[in-house]
Write a protein that binds this ligand. Structure first.
Ligand SMILES: [Zn+2]
Length: 169
């Protein structure tokens, strides 16, 4: 089932979701958003509001090609954000928040004219991580999740549970 939900309380942006899990996603997205400094939020909002209709778009589904290998993706100059519904349905909140913050950091890079955030894909990713860390998010649980799920030895769901048990998220 395809549904649209308001993503942020005071803005008309909507997230399009297929299947369950959308409610939690909105809750986690909002708690992540609230943690961003007001100045950063304003930069991102100004950037999004420059976009022609129907952008920006937000999608929580597994209808996009790379959703098998990535948790999320930002495209079209920060105007198109996609999140993997299957993963967000099982990820611990703190890891989900890290991923959202990292993607918002990519939007922020564009909003402030620092895109790409470096001379290579690696530097760009490191810069996005640094922005998310400056906003107060912690990368460590995500790093642990990546280690545990390497080569698909452990499912994302089981890895998430273990990380919670370890007290990391
Ligand atoms: Zn990235």
């Amino acid at each position: 089932m395809k549904i649209k939900q308001r993503l942020l309380p005071h803005h008309k942006f909507q997230v399009l979701t297929w299947g369950d899990g959308g409610k939690d996603f909105v809750r986690v997205f909002r708690s992540c958003w609230k943690q961003l400094p007001l100045r950063s939020r304003r930069s991102i909002l100004a950037h999004w509001k420059k976009a022609p209709i129907p952008f920006p778009t937000f999608e929580l589904s597994n209808m996009w090609g790379d959703s098998e290998v990535s948790f999320a993706q930002v495209g079209w100059n920060g105007m198109k954000l996609r999140f993997s519904a299957a993963d967000f349905a099982v990820l611990p909140d703190r890891i989900a928040q890290w991923i959202i913050a990292h993607e918002l950091a990519h939007v922020y890079q564009k909003a402030i004219g620092r895109s790409p955030g470096g001379d290579s894909e690696f530097e760009n990713e490191t810069d996005a991580d640094k922005i998310a860390e400056d906003w107060g998010f912690e990368k460590r649980p995500m790093t642990m999740l990546k280690l545990l799920t390497q080569n698909r030895k452990v499912s994302v769901e089981d890895a998430g549970k273990r990380i919670v048990e370890m007290g990391l998220a």
